[in-house]
Design a protein around this ligand. Sequence first.
Ligand code: NAG
Ligand code: NAG
Ligand code: NAG
Ligand code: NAG
Ligand code: NAG
Length: 438
Amino acid sequence: TMVCVCVHVYMWVCVCLFAFTIFLHSIVLVENIPADMLFSDDSAFHLPLSTGLNSLLDKARVAVEIVSPVWFLSPSDYGRALLSRLQGLKDKGIQLKISTGDFDSAELKTLADNHGAEVHKVNMTALTGGFLESSFWVVDRKHFYIGSASMDWRSLTTRKELGVVVYDCKPLALDLHKVFSLYWGLQHKTFIPTFWSKRLFPFFSKGKPGSLLVNQTKVETYISSSPDVFTTKDRSSDLEAISAVIQQARHFIYISIIDYLPVDSFASVPRYWSRIDGLLREALILRNVHVRLLISCWEETHPLTFNFIWSLKSLCMEQANCSLEAKFFNAQRDSSLSGMNHNRFMVTDKAVYIGNLDWVGKEFTYNAGAGLVISHPANVTERNSTVVEQLQAVFKRDWFSRYANTIQTNKIPVCSKKLTSLFLLNSNAHNVYTNERG
Ligand SMILES: *[C@@H]1O[C@H](CO)[C@@H](O)[C@H](O)[C@H]1NC(C)=O
Ligand SMILES: *[C@@H]1O[C@H](CO)[C@@H](O)[C@H](O)[C@H]1NC(C)=O
Ligand SMILES: *[C@@H]1O[C@H](CO)[C@@H](O)[C@H](O)[C@H]1NC(C)=O
Ligand SMILES: *[C@@H]1O[C@H](CO)[C@@H](O)[C@H](O)[C@H]1NC(C)=O
Ligand SMILES: *[C@@H]1O[C@H](CO)[C@@H](O)[C@H](O)[C@H]1NC(C)=O
């Protein structure tokens, strides 16, 4: 951006300066920590999610684009306040555009009927047989939010959520906007187009990441998406992004995820799904990368989860410098999802990946989601506190908290009182809850 200052002294004299907007890119971690969840006083805490989302609305001038698997904000105070700000956008001359797979939300109907929101519905059942799990905001194609939280009242109150808000970052916001545009164009469609418009192709990908200065630190970054059938030319899929982040790790990989299950139980015949599990095995045994898995223990945790984790653990038996540690995070006191760790991220010594999907076979094949990768360039050693380091600290805070319990070998923890027989592999039980949980 060119900024010019002109003065009249006998004649007009102008001085023009380049305002390097590139230096303004900034990123902030946003979290929702349930009020009754206690961490030690010296732990790292970040901007509350509701503050982050409101700051995006403060910046909005032209258009707010939102995609969320669930729209049910009103049961909480923060949710109602957010909803009322969204309802007020029209009067300020700001467009509100929403892509959703939720055909029944009364809140969306009110937003569309009474508050001028444009809502495009995507019938994922017809398109892939999965769900639209994507959860992100794009504001003025310049600022964005992406993370685990959706437009669900629990995301702003009782569930532990993590995401990032990125300000003044046109190149990356535009790439995320292109994912939004793809969903936008799928309204009323019952089949997936055989080719996508060129304007949906991203600028950045795994092979060609954006080299940006974010918070005065040089990072390499791109947006990924799922499923493959929604992944346009030049766009990296979430699985490619996750694979690259795992493969680039040299010292450690920390994963915080709701469900980890290398099985595709959705296929007509259940299959072992090795995409991520195989890469973790390779990192553990062939590269001696230390792996920590923090998963949620909740009512839908599949019992086989633990068998697969023990199997990873036993891979390291009698192997020097091979280490897999697994803990489950459980702060729930009843069968509600209150206190659940809903985080979906991975952080390594080099990079972060923040996504919308769980690490379960069928998710990446059928569900729509998006992800953000930020990594440190290989040759930069001196740096300030970055989002990678901040996320490492967040992971460690959770890992060493009172809510994280080591997974014992040969003992399946009781995550729910439900009968495990409900979860026979060839049932689609897992799928039934995907939407409920968002
Ligand atoms: C979505 O598509 C499926 C399959 O084509 C159809 O049965 C269903 O009625 C559609 N849902 C809506 C809400 O239109
Ligand atoms: C294990 O790591 C230590 C310290 O990094 C190193 O000295 C040792 O050679 C490693 N052992 C093996 C078997 O790789
Ligand atoms: C790092 O690598 C990039 C491209 O590979 C190069 O342009 C840059 O000068 C290097 N920086 C340093 C500090 O070596
Ligand atoms: C770290 O931050 C300081 C002050 O913001 C800045 O002057 C310096 O260049 C930064 N260093 C790196 C490596 O980004
Ligand atoms: C980036 O800068 C913003 C604004 O100065 C600050 O709030 C935020 O914590 C910084 N983020 C990181 C990862 O250091």
